[in-house]
Every structure is written in structure tokens, then in C-alpha cells.
Design a protein around this ligand. Structure first.
Ligand code: TPP
Length: 323
């Protein structure tokens, strides 16, 4: 059973959460400085979801995520250097600088992609699970998606087929309470998303999405079921979007009290608290500061890297009139 992460595994989860926090904060500063070429969808405050889910998976398992997927990128095993370089469109980026921050992928670690099409990663994961089932592979597919994406038709279609065919897929609903400026209660007939799973013949569990260990345990359990051939499951991870929809968000529609109450339950603090019986405060602080330095280095290297060349080799082009 992988249901309880070891202290070493938990420390690594904490380290990755620190990397993501430093990444998001620096991206916020860079957006203000005008160096990002468009809005960035920050995931700070939600690190425990992406990191908790991915820590419970094997490298060969596959995952899709959203436009807010930095924690999943880092959690699934991508290094900060190629992620940051990709966000800034550099040739050294994970996708050669062509993907931007929402579409990053690295198939070698099972990170199949972020997605700018809301809900787009959900059927993709169900399709991967179908192929794993047909090929008799022992892996699972996982998809992380928002509460806005949960309202799309394709989400319901994918869940229905997954339940019907008992596909090895875990649906992780990252419930951060908003889709753009729209709160969940005016998007969904029920705010208790776990209720929906029964209609698709799958179990569901609702967890504290700011507690990485709780997310890990739920994922490990659902993934094991799926690997045993018992079909899909839904995890509803309740968290909150503390930094607005994107770096271009003008704000004004989230209550300051609500934001403050979620900030008081910072996932990094919750993870640190859970580690206190195994590691002293100095060790945890050293992990945090090493993570900040690693992110600083990733930004420096990205800014020093070249942009990709977009020269088209006309001789090889399918519509070329050449030889
Ligand atoms: C198919 C589609 N419809 C609309 C949009 C515009 N859009 C981008 S993000 C977003 C809200 C997504 O909300 P949610 O799924 O809850 O994710 P969150 O931003 O809260 O992480 C919308 C409507 C889009 N990108 N794709």
C-alpha cells in the first residue's frame, strides 16, 4: 500500500511545493515587470493538489492538467529549468519554446500536457486509459481539472464512458471555487461535486485540497483501484484561488475575508507542520531557501537562452513546389 507517504517522500513533496511557490511568486513579479508575453495563471495556494496527486503516481502513469498546471508539471518530475524556459518561449524550453505556459508537456515523465481548452484534458485522459486497458498495461491515467471544467459536456461524457467501461482513470477535480470571475454556486446545480460520481458508477472522495498528504492518500487509493481493474474514481480536492484568475485579473469579485481565511491555511505551512515530528525547522527552512535559489537560477538561465528559430525548410514543406 502506498497510502501513507514516508517522511522522505513527504519531504520531497514539500520541496516540490516550495519550488512551485517560488516559481509562481517570481512569475507574478515578472508579469509586473512586463517580461511575460501574456497572462500567467498562477497556482500558488493550490500546490498541494498537483504535488499530492503526482507524488502518488508512477513515472509511467500519465496525467493531463489545466491552464493552471505548474504544480502538476513539477510534481510529475519535470525540472524547473525547462519549465521556466518554456514559459518564456526559449529554445531550451521543454517544448522548444513553442508551447507557452499553458501547454507544457514532457511525455518522458508521463506529463502529457496542460491545456488551454477548458475541460480538454479530461477526455484525453479517458482515451489514454482506454488504450492502457486495451493494451493490458498496468498504468493509470489521471486528469486534473477545475470546477469550471466540471460543468462542460465533455466532462460528463468522459466520466460516463469511463464508468461504463471501467477505465483506469482518476478524475481529480481541483475545486478552487471560481471559473474566471464566476463562483461555483452560480455555475453548478450542486456544490457537492462528489454526488455526481454515483451517476457514473464510480466512487468519490472529497479531501482538503490544501493538505498534500490527504490528496496523496486519496490518489493512491483511487489509482490502486483503477490498477486492479475496478474502474475510475473521482477526487474532489477543495482549495481556493488566492491570486485571482490570472496575472491580468483586476480583482474585486472575491471577498477579502474569504481570501484571508484560505491564506491562513497555506498548503506549505500545513505540509511543514506535518513534517515537524520528522525534521527540525532548520532543515525545512534550508529546503525552502534551496528551492528559491533553484528557481532563481532557472529564470537566469531562461533569460540568457536563445529564442527558437522558426525558419521553415521550404524544400521539405508538403506544399512546396520545389523538387
Ligand atoms: C472551451 C473553453 N471555454 C472557455 C474558455 C475560457 N476560459 C479560460 S479559463 C476559464 C475558467 C476555467 O475555470 P476552472 O475550470 O474552474 O479553472 P480555474 O481557472 O479555476 O483553475 C474559461 C471559461 C476556454 N479557454 N476554453
Amino acid at each position: 500500500m502506498k497510502n501513507a507517504p514516508s517522511p522522505e517522500a513527504q519531504l520531497e513533496m514539500f520541496r516540490r511545493m516550495c519550488l512551485v511557490r517560488a516559481l509562481e511568486e517570481e512569475l507574478g513579479r515578472q508579469h509586473k515587470a512586463g517580461t511575460t508575453r501574456g497572462p500567467i495563471h498562477r497556482c500558488d495556494g493550490q500546490e498541494a493538489v498537483g504535488i499530492g496527486v503526482t507524488a502518488a503516481l508512477e513515472t509511467a502513469d500519465k496525467i493531463t492538467t489545466t491552464h493552471r498546471g505548474h504544480a502538476v508539471y513539477i510534481g510529475k518530475g519535470m525540472q524547473p529549468g525547462p519549465v521556466v524556459a518554456e514559459i518564456f518561449g526559449r529554445a531550451t524550453g521543454a517544448c522548444g519554446g513553442r508551447a507557452g505556459h499553458m501547454l507544457v508537456a514532457d511525455a518522458s515523465v508521463g506529463m502529457i500536457g496542460g491545456n488551454a481548452i477548458v475541460g480538454g484534458g479530461i477526455p484525453a485522459a479517458a482515451g489514454m486509459a482506454l488504450s492502457m486497458q486495451v493494451l493490458g498495461q498496468p498504468q493509470v491515467a489521471v486528469t486534473v481539472f477545475g470546477d469550471g471544467a466540471a460543468q462542460t459536456g465533455i466532462c460528463h461524457e468522459a466520466m460516463n464512458m469511463a464508468g461504463l467501461w471501467k477505465l483506469p482513470v482518476v478524475f481529480v477535480l481541483e475545486h478552487n471555487h471560481f471559473g474566471l470571475t464566476v463562483p461555483t454556486e452560480v455555475q453548478s446545480a450542486t456544490e457537492d461535486f462528489a454526488l455526481r460520481a454515483a451517476g457514473y458508477g464510480m466512487p468519490a472522495v472529497t479531501v482538503d485540497g490544501n493538505d498534500a498528504v490527504a490528496v496523496y492518500r486519496a490518489t493512491a487509493e483511487m489509482a490502486e483501484r483503477a490498477r486492479r481493474g475496478e474502474g475510475p474514481g473521482l477526487i474532489v480536492a477543495r482549495t481556493y484561488r488566492v491570486e485571482g484568475f490570472s496575472t491580468s485579473d483586476m480583482g474585486g469579485y472575491q471577498s477579502p475575508e474569504e481570501i484571508a481565511s484560505w491564506k491562513a491555511r497555506d498548503p506549505l505551512d500545513i505540509a511543514a507542520e506535518a513534517l515537524r515530528s520528522s525534521y527540525d525547522a532548520d532543515t525545512l527552512e534550508a529546503v525552502r531557501s534551496a528551492a528559491r535559489q533553484e528557481i532563481d537560477r532557472a529564470f537566469e538561465e531562461a533569460f540568457a537562452a536563445p529564442f527558437p528559430s522558426f525558419a521553415v525548410d521550404t524544400a521539405c514543406h508538403p506544399y512546396s513546389t520545389g523538387a
